[in-house]
Design a binder for this molecule. Sequence first.
Ligand code: ZN
Length: 271
Amino acid sequence: MNKTAVRTLQQYLSDQDAYHGSIDGIHGPRTLAAVNAALQGHTGQLPDGADGWSDRRRAVACLQIACRQQQIEAGPIDGLWGPQTEHAVDVLHTLQATGSKPAPWRDQPPMDTNPNGWHRESELESVLGSPTRRPPLTVVSCPWTLALAWDPSTHPSGIGCHERVADSLARILERVHDHYGPQRLKELGLHRYGGCYNKRRKRGGTRWSTHAWGLAIDWDPSHNKLKWGRDRARLARPAYDTWWRLWEEEGWVSLGRTRNFDWMHVQAVKP
Ligand SMILES: [Zn+2]
């Protein structure tokens, strides 16, 4: 159970009028007392022996009941923190934060919008010029603290991207920050910044990478390796549905979402 889960629990208990402390993600005595009070009202849903469960297990059971009340499938009320419970609590958290549940991945194909008129990859060199000359770059500041993926003690002040995409990038970062908050962004690994402008060719190819114009950004590369598919890449998980929606609304393209490789990579270029 992570800090967001404890905050989700505290929010639920507070909504039930069982908890009057702060929503701070700390599983302290007041939260514990509220869990026990809330479980009193649901003893019929708890299996035999639940009286002897640890405090942590009772807290997880309370979250499972909270999910069930919102028709979120959390599996049996067993107090165990498995992948199904973790996903259900993610959904409950989004429901609390936004008032609606995130759409499941399979119901949410990549959006094909282009409100900013991003170019196709084949046009880049004729429209923006050859990347042998450095493109006009603008540093967009990031509302949460970034850490270089390969050197976490270095905190870049912002993302240096092509000036054409800077306003769009700033809007996306602002919306992402509003939706997840700094704590959750860190838990999701979205502080691990893998770079933007980089004058280089595509890996294993001769054509210029979209990074060579500052039109692409990599996120959390060590958990989203180039050749990994949906089954391994962290950014393919349902917790990132809103993340991707916010990029796609601005016309950015995730190679993971559209082609199921290089999940770290998002670009303001149409394939
Ligand atoms: Zn990339």
